[in-house]
Design a protein around this ligand. Sequence first.
Ligand code: MD3
Ligand code: FE
Length: 221
Amino acid sequence: MFEPELFPSASALLPLPPGVTWLEGFALDWEDALIGALAQIIKAAPLRHMLTPGGQRMSVAMTNCGSLGWITDRHGYRYAALDPDSGRPWPALPEVIRELAAAASLAAGYPSFEPDACLINCYAPGARMSLHQDRDERDFSAPIVSVSLGLPATFLFGGLTRRERPQRLPLAHGDVVVWGGPARLAYHGVAPVADGRHPKLGRQRINLTLRRAGPLNLNGN
Ligand code: MD3
Ligand code: FE
């Protein structure tokens, strides 16, 4: 029989733009493994506040894993195989992140997504990310998979021009969102994170952004 839902989930209440697949709580099955893997990565490649090309220090602290890492400095935004702070390659993409990305992209209709870059964004209360497009990747046909952990945040999701007023998505610990097709080049950002405390992660929001940044090659990497 049809059961009316008394407390429909947030994603069921919002008309999502085409290309956006919101998987609420999808990462919870991997929660502890993810947190353990993150701790290892941050040990090898510490979080840091990078400089924008305009000379502003970012409020979000970042690091990467995978064969390519997203960086910004006075010279611009780009992907790099080496951590500029250590001169070493970024830590490898852990199996748990690979598995989660494969499951989420499959659920969203992208069965052959092979990420080579995982940007780790760490937001203390008050940190934010202003509206921007992601266009440093080589091929925009691949989706982007994002995983939210820790404190909740309001994600801002606009159109293909800066002019369109962004829609607000409340993202919680464990939510995974797959952004593909017409959503891939949309303007997006994160409103300042409100103070709070997550039982496992404390006073922070961590977002993993999995991308295909470089070319696909025949060696499976
Ligand atoms: C929608 N990070 O690192 S992830 C970024 O929560 C970034 O840390 C945000 O935007 C964060 O560039 C958002 C979700 C996301 C990432 C890329 C997108 C959404 C996107 C690209 C196109 C459309
Ligand atoms: Fe982005």
